[in-house]
Design a protein around this ligand. Structure first.
Ligand SMILES: *Cc1c(COP(=O)(O)O)cnc(C)c1O
Length: 515
């Protein structure tokens, strides 16, 4: 790692723990850290960030933390006196940046975590420097957020009325907001004031999703008091080229049965790119069952990972019906490579969203005359991070065309991996590839399925320990598998080949131990 302390000659080690009670926290004049110009500090931090990114490919994708360092971080004492600026950055470099999660490296295929886009990373620094609360008011971040939300809608082809959506901390929060709005609408139509009365005695709501829906859907249902038991698991149909997707006939039957039995079906949560396989539910047919948008059942589409895949024209047709959703969750911190902490919710009915969440206490009265009101009226957060600037930078630096190229590059890498898996005698696909996720197994001929399953359950950790490539695992259709997700346009054939080699070598070792 670069020696950050050299940026600030004369920086002294500091940060000694306070020996005693609160009085000692005042420190003494003699121990005060020398003042450092803000500009020098920021430049040094930027150099450090750049060196970190430039050095990624020369280091293991991931390596386990030394136990001593983990303990040191975990038990770090509250410092009594301030650290000198150089030591501050040096500590961050040695103890924190040196042990990253691994996303950022082009041979990282884990979960759904992207490499940070440089323009968005730079904009994040500026957003922090400006540091508004993007709750509302007459400052530039507020119209910028509304514009960026519209850009997101335009990118994925979702109809948009100014203000009909907002940025969130992630898709989990976007889903909570969406389910809250859906709950509010359904109960209002049933003559029940959920904001005033809560759910005790309310009509019984039911929701629908497949077993492949993201866990954040169930979390939102539980959190909002609807009860996990009211979330029906809709079977999947198909397989084949489109993968297993929501069975629309089965959905219809479940909805009808709940209605007959006096419940109020209020929400279908469909996937536009599942985490396991990238499967996209048949959105147009589901919209027809819901009567969406604006129909009896709110259609929420989870496009957190996959919706930006619509920018790749080779697969765009699979998203038909997305534009009919009542709400759509997106994650700019995934395929748009915005540094983590930015999701988005788009809705068909702006005022419906506002009706579910608006609560304007006297100290927040908006005198600006902005008819849209505050962004904090459309969701849960009050003081809101300036998320729009990094999203703006991610999109503006590439434009729609550049984004589409980057997304297609990820899909290309996934197709290369799919081809290598098909060609390898000891690998098998677990599901058809839809976007940039490849679900596969190490499965040499003649090995019993139980053994294959045990080996594949152990494989992700074994590959990760080797440090050359990083892949994670999951369970699909009851069986352990590997799932490689490409969100980094810098991932190329060499990295895909490396992953295949690592999986086969680690797999062979595990198999030897089974013998
Ligand atoms: C990541 C993800 C989520 C959850 O979003 P967070 O940003 O992690 O809160 C939901 N659905 C899908 C398909 C995802 O990939």
């Amino acid at each position: 790692m670069p020696d950050a302390s050299s940026v600030f000659p004369g920086a002294s080690a500091g940060g000694a723990p306070c020996p005693g009670g609160p009085m000692s926290a005042r420190g003494t004049d003699g121990d005060a850290a020398p003042p450092v110009a803000t500009a020098d500090l920021l430049r040094a931090a930027a150099d450090l960030a750049a060196a970190h990114l430039a050095g990624l490919e020369g280091r293991p994708v991931w390596r386990p933390m030394p136990a001593a360092l983990r303990d040191a971080l975990l038990n770090a004492p509250l410092p009594c006196d301030g650290l000198a600026a150089g030591d501050l950055l040096d500590d961050a470099a040695r103890q924190v940046l040196a042990y990253p999660m691994g996303n950022g490296h082009p041979a990282f295929f884990g979960w759904v975590n992207a490499a940070p886009h440089p323009a968005a990373l730079a904009a994040g620094l500026l957003a922090g420097a400006s540091n508004p609360s993007s709750a509302g008011g007459d400052h530039a971040d507020v119209p910028l957020e509304r514009a960026v939300v519209r850009w997101l809608a335009e990118l994925v082809g979702f109809p948009h009325e100014t203000g009909a959506g907002l940025l969130t901390s992630g898709a989990s929060m976007a889903t909570i907001v969406a389910v809250g709005a859906a709950r509010h609408r359904a109960l209002e139509r049933a003559g029940w004031d959920v904001r005033g009365q809560g759910l005790a005695g309310a009509p019984r709501l039911t929701a629908y999703a497949t077993a492949e829906a993201h866990s954040c859907v169930r979390k939102a249902i539980e959190l909002l008091g609807i009860g996990g038991a009211a979330l029906r698991t809709v079977p999947e149909a198909g397989g084949g080229a489109q993968g297993a997707r929501m069975d629309v006939a089965a959905l219809s039957e479940l909805v009808e049965r709940d209605r007959r039995e006096g419940r109020v079906p209020f929400l279908v949560a469909a996937s536009a790119g599942t985490v396991n396989t990238g499967a996209i539910d048949p959105l147009a047919q589901i919209a027809a069952v819901c009567g969406a948008p604006g129909g009896a059942v709110w259609l929420h589409v989870d496009g957190a990972y996959g919706a930006f895949g619509v920018l790749d024209e080779r697969v765009a047709a699979r998203f038909a019906g997305l534009e009919r959703a009542d709400s759509l969750a997106l994650d700019p911190h995934k395929w748009l490579q915005v540094p983590i902490g930015v999701g988005a919710l788009l809705v068909a009915d702006r005022e419906g969203l506002r009706a579910a969440f608006s609560l304007v206490p006297p100290y927040l009265r908006d005198e600006s005359g902005d008819a849209l009101g505050w962004l904090s009226e459309y969701g849960i957060e009050q003081t809101r991070q300036f998320r729009s600037l990094p999203v703006w930078a991610s999109i503006a630096s590439r434009g729609r065309a550049g984004l589409a190229r980057d997304i297609a590059a990820c899909n290309d890498a996934a197709r290369m991996l799919e081809r290598l898996v098909r060609e390898a005698p000891d690998l098998e696909l677990a599901a058809a590839v839809q976007l940039s996720i490849v679900a596969f197994r190490y499965a040499p001929a003649g090995v019993a399925q139980q053994v294959v399953d045990r080996v594949n359950a152990a494989l992700p950790a074994a590959v990760q320990q080797r440090g050359a490539a990083f892949v994670t695992g999951s369970v699909y259709e009851g069986r352990p598998m590997l799932r490689a997700c490409v969100l980094n346009p810098a991932t190329r054939l060499e990295h895909v080949r490396l992953l295949v080699r690592e999986v086969r070598e680690a797999g062979a070792r595990l198999l030897e131990r089974e013998a």
